[in-house]
Design a protein around this ligand. Structure first.
Ligand SMILES: Nc1ncnc2c1ncn2[C@@H]1O[C@H](COP(=O)(O)OP(=O)(O)O)[C@@H](O)[C@H]1O
Ligand SMILES: N[C@@H](CCC(=O)OP(=O)(O)O)C(=O)O
Length: 375
């Protein structure tokens, strides 16, 4: 344990995620004192810039509720987005003022799940974050709630934080909530205890996860935090899960909260999103030869190998690739709209190019945009 926590203390680039429940008052609205308390800890932890911090902060919707006369978090997307629009401005204004006490500039970065997948967006997001850090600024990231649709929404910031940690090559992910770690059962119930360390998913086999917190402003509850920890750990990034009030201890490497050991190594950048955080928008069924080419040969999927298509998707969306038995074998970003695929099914790219033009001489899913699913 000592060496794991030692590596926490020494982590140079850290992504810290804070949930709505840690930033709001019981009556609703932003709690300036709690924001300041968090900022105090983060500013000190930067150690004069020796440590780089990216903050993934929820709270936009919660912060927008009372200014819009809403007494609780709305269920419909449109009012959530309106609240996020009002609240995000207030949230970033609050962080800007609070970090200014330490002479630290903040930069707002709003991301959608699409930005994690599309090559150019991914590259730009990564470059902007790197540049902000290089210039000594502290990026404050949130989901771009106002443009995200129900289908492509992360909805919770836990998984977004795991993907951002991967994007910026973080040494550590710290997830802050209103509970001081992962418990073996819903901490609201008596007799449950905190788990100090998780070395592999097997260590969580006995864990019971209850509903989201009492504050009622968070979204994901523990389920999404555990999922985020699993994604980051599998991508080679250790995770500490604790409460905002223990953030200082956690960042200093003291034994608090739950420590998730890394379980895997860093993998190809964008594809982490495809595997863990995307909802496929449709499915392509492959013939046996295409399954072999994609799975064993690591080849691109060509039109000739497609047997069937379902779902409504646009070029660039994530789709599932299935074998003839309906088993999902891979996920990929598709290069055609769903309505174009029936024209292509079973045809060679050469024929298609001759008949429909050179734009059709391309893979349906390029191998660089493909991730295989565990069999
Ligand atoms: N096994 C568990 N261990 C820890 N917390 C749990 C567990 N099961 C349910 N929870 C609840 O999850 C809540 C945290 O989720 P949430 O309210 O979404 O937080 P945030 O806004 O910080 O993202 C805790 O307040 C806790 O009540
Ligand atoms: N983007 C949303 C985050 C949603 C949310 O509440 O997340 P969380 O509190 O982390 O469970 C917001 O800023 O309100």
């Amino acid at each position: 344990m000592a060496s794991a926590r030692q590596s926490v203390a020494e982590a140079r680039r850290v992504v810290v995620k804070v949930g709505s429940s840690s930033l709001t008052t019981a009556a609703g609205g932003l709690d300036a004192d709690r924001v300041d308390a968090l900022v105090d800890v983060l500013a000190k932890s930067r150690d004069g810039g020796l440590r780089e911090i990216v903050l993934v902060s929820s709270g936009a919707i919660a912060a927008g509720l009372s200014p819009l006369g809403l007494v609780r978090r709305p269920k419909d997307l449109a009012r959530q987005q309106a609240a996020a629009s009002v609240g995000q401005g207030l949230l970033v204004a609050r962080y800007t003022a609070s970090f200014a006490r330490y002479g630290v500039r903040v930069g707002q970065v709003l991301l959608t799940s699409d930005d994690m997948a599309r090559r150019a967006h991914h590259r730009n997001a990564s470059r902007t974050l790197d540049q902000l850090l290089a210039m000594g600024a502290l990026p404050v990231v949130n989901e771009n709630d106002t443009v995200a649709t129900d289908e492509i929404r992360f909805g919770d910031n836990d998984r977004l934080a795991a993907l951002v940690a991967h994007l910026v090559h973080a040494d550590l992910l710290v997830l802050l909530s209103d509970v001081d770690g992962l418990y073996d059962g819903d901490p609201a119930k008596p007799g449950t205890s905190r788990i100090d360390e998780v070395r592999s998913p097997a260590d969580m086999a006995h864990v019971e996860i209850g509903s989201a917190g009492k504050a009622g402003v968070g979204t994901g509850g523990m389920v999404t935090k555990v999922e985020a920890a699993r994604i980051a750990a599998a991508a080679g990034i250790p995770v500490v899960l604790t409460s905002a009030s223990h953030a200082g201890d956690a960042l200093a490497g003291r034994a608090t909260g739950t420590y998730f050991h890394r379980t895997g190594r860093r993998s190809a950048d964008r594809l982490l999103w495809l595997q863990h955080a995307s909802e496929p928008r449709g499915a392509l069924t492959l013939d046996d030869g295409a399954v072999r080419a994609v799975v064993e040969g690591r080849k691109s999927l060509l039109p000739a190998g497609i047997a069937a298509v379902e779902g409504e998707f646009a070029a660039g969306d994530p789709v599932e690739l299935r074998d003839a038995a309906g088993r999902a074998v891979a996920r990929g970003l598709v290069n055609f709209d769903a309505k174009e695929i029936p024209l292509l099914i079973g045809r060679s790219t050469r024929d298609l190019a001759k008949e429909l033009g050179p734009a059709y001489e391309r893979e349906v899913v390029h191998r660089d945009d493909l991730v295989l699913l565990p069999g």
